[in-house]
Design a protein around this ligand. Structure first.
Ligand code: 2HG
Ligand code: ZN
Length: 465
């Protein structure tokens, strides 16, 4: 009944808005990791903010749940639809305005990818401060909704800090917010900051005004190897003091071996733990980089100065996700720890945790400069939350976070209590209620939904849609 009413409203808004074609919908109903797969009764793809607002209003009127999706690169089932719901894709909201040079910013609609926005900025020697391996598919809307981090947080911060303004379509208040070129605007709570990281609970991001940063002429990428994680952490502590570091990433030997097999290339360096460091500056860097490397004294190192060499070194870091996906269905724990506790955490995973979970293969890598470790486990049943909970509870007990940059999604929603008190969770539900009193947006994401079950319980684990 409700769906039929919603379908009729969509038809009135635009005849090309909604499809029920299984061949189009099915590929969008699986998490990128393949760990969970769901389904949707229909797919709606608005092309303008007005259409988007009309769709949300129609869903409110018909009491139909909307599951939101950008580039479908979520690694925590944040964009996987379930049940008799409707998948709302921002894929057709793609326009990108010309860069605003006086305010060093750019406005883009939610469905534009990071790569497309960067392509619009490049002729002006500008780029986004946030960059991530999934740049060809990750969309601006998803990056705002998850407060995306990526490889340059150590230099520029995460997505929330890049936002000058947003337009947000909310069930309770329609389309609100503004695409402002203002760097300063202290007129109450900042809607963009509230929406960033809210994972589609409060509204659908229609567009965002985002700061841009200059493309710096001089850059050097260094791949360094060390005998232990403790040695890497000490090197990172020193490298972080350099004012021109724009990425400070780590990888470990098991992941590097997997990438080596995946790419069909032999390892460029031998070692147990690796650091990938990018230095970027408007000025010549060689003396500075030589000084930093002399100070940290890696066991072995490889440096790249030209675009091709730099891309090749980056590939060793960025190919981890695809190499792991090829090896199996990964349980992904995206934790952050106080920098001083990283060594203890990694030693716990490789020691006590590994001893308790001998059937699992663990791959550790991440954004060391941000204290962000990506723990990838292969070998567990997709529906088994046990290993996830053990790792996340450990990070939480050490004062860390159970989501550094991927979000909570549907997979970790039952574990939010590890890092939020009952009062904080009640406040989040109250915030949700103020924007979406009917609970129609993204049920089951971030907060366990009174209306929708948990992804793991609902999905056919590991089954590809
Ligand atoms: C990255 O840093 C992404 O490459 C993906 O955040 C991490 O695959 C992962 O666990
Ligand atoms: Zn990451």
């Amino acid at each position: 009944m409700a769906l039929a009413r919603f379908f009729r409203s969509c038809e009135e808004i635009s005849p090309r808005l909604l499809t029920r074609d299984r061949e189009i919908i099915a590929p969008l109903c699986s998490d990128w990791t393949r760990r969970v797969a769901g389904g949707a009764a229909a797919l709606v793809r608005p092309s303008t903010e007005e259409e988007l607002a009309a769709v949300v209003e129609a869903a409110v009127q018909a009491d139909v749940q909307l599951h939101l999706q950008g580039g479908n690169t979520s690694l925590v089932a944040g964009a996987t639809p379930f049940g008799d719901s409707v998948l709302l894709s921002t894929a057709r909201l793609r326009s990108i305005a010309d860069p605003d040079l006086p305010s060093l910013s750019i406005t883009a609609e939610a469905g534009a990818t990071a790569a497309e926005v960067n392509a619009a900025l490049a002729p002006r020697h500008l780029k986004l401060g946030v960059d991530l391996a999934s740049r060809e598919s990750a969309t601006i809307g998803g990056m705002v909704a998850t407060n995306a981090g990526g490889i340059h947080v150590v230099r520029y911060g995460s997505m929330r800090t890049q936002l000058l303004g947003i337009r947000l379509v909310t069930p309770a208040h329609g389309a609100i917010g503004r695409l402002s070129p203002l760097y300063k605007d202290n007129t109450g709570p900042d809607l963009a900051a509230i929406a960033a990281g809210s994972e589609g609970l409060l509204g659908v991001v229609a567009s965002a005004a985002i700061k841009a940063v200059p493309i710096l002429e001089h850059s050097v990428v260094a791949l360094l190897s060390f005998p232990s994680f403790a040695a890497v952490a000490e090197a990172a502590r020193r490298i972080r003091l350099s004012p021109v570091v724009s990425a400070l990433e780590f990888m470990t030997a098991p992941g590097m071996d997997l990438v080596s097999r995946h790419l069909g290339r032999s390892l460029p360096l031998v070692g147990e733990v690796f650091l990938l460091v990018e230095f970027e500056s408007a000025f010549q860097l060689l003396d500075h980089v030589a000084e930093v490397l002399e100070d940290v004294a890696p066991a072995t190192s490889a440096l790249a100065f030209d675009a091709r060499g730099k891309a090749e070194l980056w590939r060793w870091r960025e190919a981890h996700t695809e190499a792991i996906a090829r090896a199996g269905i990964a349980h992904k724990m995206d934790v952050s720890l106080p920098i001083t506790d990283l060594v203890e955490f990694v030693e716990w995973i490789e020691g006590a945790f590994a001893a308790d979970h001998r059937s699992l293969d663990a791959y550790l890598f991440g954004h060391l400069g941000d204290g962000n470790v990506h723990v990838n486990l292969i070998g567990a049943e997709p529906g088994d939350l046990g290993p996830d909970e053990a790792v996340l509870a450990k990070a939480a007990s050490m004062g860390g976070s159970i989501s550094a940059e991927h979000g909570i999604g549907r997979i970790k929603a039952p574990l939010v209590h590890l890092v939020r008190t009952p009062s904080e969770i009640a406040a989040l539900y109250a915030l949700k209620d103020a924007f979406d009193p009917g609970g129609i947006l993204n049920p089951g994401v971030l907060l366990p939904s009174p209306r929708g079950g948990h992804a793991i319980a609902n999905a056919a684990p590991g089954r590809l849609a």
